[in-house]
Design a protein around this ligand. Structure first.
Ligand code: XIL
Length: 363
């Protein structure tokens, strides 16, 4: 009988550990030869059987940290630039592109047989002042965005398999967010809802017809006004053959997420997008805590495992990615004051209980 639930897997894993421990205790003196058990699989290896890529957001600056690069290169089958493929970094002046950080990440990924996910082409944050304060007209902004998408995607064609083309374009109430790209002044579709998103997807598809094109957001993980609006857009785009291949769900969450209603809502939400034929990517998972006590780390491990299990149980969920790998470099303390401890390795590169529960769920 296939072992399906996370709890079943966790119990079996725990039982095996206990048996292993007892054997080790009882068997010390008389045995002659001992065969070491095979090492446990790495995260990416474990998930491969489910066709899930296990990713981490990364920064080229940290690759010289040996512990960082060794974990990144061995545990993960995908990486994504945490910042180095955003507009402001790649395109700091009107006629200047700087691909150095992104290229270093791609080189690392290729050297470790990892896939690369691109992030992000159309977003309201980390847009340089030359764009936001340039007093451009809509036709000019349209040209700027089309050129940016085209140049960046062609530079990374064949190297980046999927792009977060649009990031965070909806408000939590499901209305379209006011941004420089939508209506301030926008690229020419102000007041026309998702038409500017459609335009960006079409440009992206022309720039690299082989890349998978993703819409990515936060607070779209469960059923609600925001995911309803994204679902309506996706349904419309699929019905008209607009090139949209998947939805990204960021999953910057805390322990309040660990309740049966929220988890059931995520599974149902995933299912409705899957039914449209879309891929589902967990793109930026981290689970912030207000302290690093054993109890908090155990609660964190439980929820991490439950989320990994939702991905395993949904065939269209093909990416399970965390927003970094070590608490040493996590963005959480800087953006959520007083919070931290959000990732699978602690600040000293020790595996946390959450690592084990994710590995167990992905097997
Ligand atoms: C964050 C990075 O982690 C930080 O280093 C940076 O200062 C700000 O952006 N949603 C996204 C990501 O899509 O790009 C953000 O990344 C986190 C929230």
């Amino acid at each position: 009988m296939p072992i399906k639930s996370f709890t079943q897997k966790f119990c079996i894993a725990t039982a095996l550990l206990v048996i292993g421990g007892l054997t080790a205790c009882g068997g010390g003196s008389s045995s002659t030869t001992t065969t070491n058990p095979p090492p446990p699989p790495k995260l990416g290896q474990a998930a491969a059987a489910h066709h899930i890529k296990v990713g981490a957001a990364a920064d080229s600056f940290y690759l010289s940290d040996a512990s960082y690069s060794s974990i990144l290169g061995s545990e993960f089958t995908q990486l994504q630039a945490e910042n180095e493929m955003k507009f402001a970094t790649l395109h700091p002046a009107a006629t200047t592109y700087d691909f150095s950080g992104g290229d270093a990440l791609v080189t690392f990924a290729q050297g470790h047989s990892m896939a690369v996910r691109g992030h992000t082409l159309v977003w309201h944050n980390q847009v340089p002042a030359w764009v936001t304060s340039g007093n451009y007209t809509s036709p000019q902004l349209s040209q700027i965005l089309q050129d940016h998408i085209t140049n960046v995607m062609q530079h990374y064609a064949g190297k980046v398999y999927a792009w977060d083309v649009i990031n965070e374009a909806f408000n939590d109430d499901g209305t379209v967010r006011d941004t420089v790209w939508y209506d301030q002044p926008g690229i020419g579709f102000a007041g026309q809802g998702t038409a500017y998103i459609e335009q960006a997807l079409n440009w992206a598809h022309t720039a690299d017809p082989n890349a998978r094109l993703i819409y990515n957001d936060y607070n779209d993980e469960w059923m609600g006004p925001k995911s309803d609006a994204i679902y309506a857009m996706a349904q419309d785009f699929k019905s008209r053959n607009i090139p949209l291949d998947g939805i990204g769900f960021q999953f910057h969450v805390d322990l309040s997420f660990d309740n049966p209603n929220a988890l059931a809502s995520v599974a149902s939400n995933f299912q409705r997008f899957a039914a449209l034929g879309l891929e589902l990517h967990i793109t930026e998972l981290d689970l912030r805590l207000s302290d690093g006590s054993a109890a908090s780390l155990a609660a964190q491990a439980k929820l991490y495992g439950e989320l990994a299990a939702i991905c395993v149980q949904q065939p269209k969920c093909t990416v399970f990615q965390t927003w970094g790998l070590t608490d040493k470099y996590s963005w959480i303390p800087g953006f959520f004051p007083g919070m931290g401890w959000a990732l699978l390795w602690d600040a000293n590169y020790q595996k946390k209980p959450a690592y084990t529960s994710v590995l167990t769920a992905l097997q």
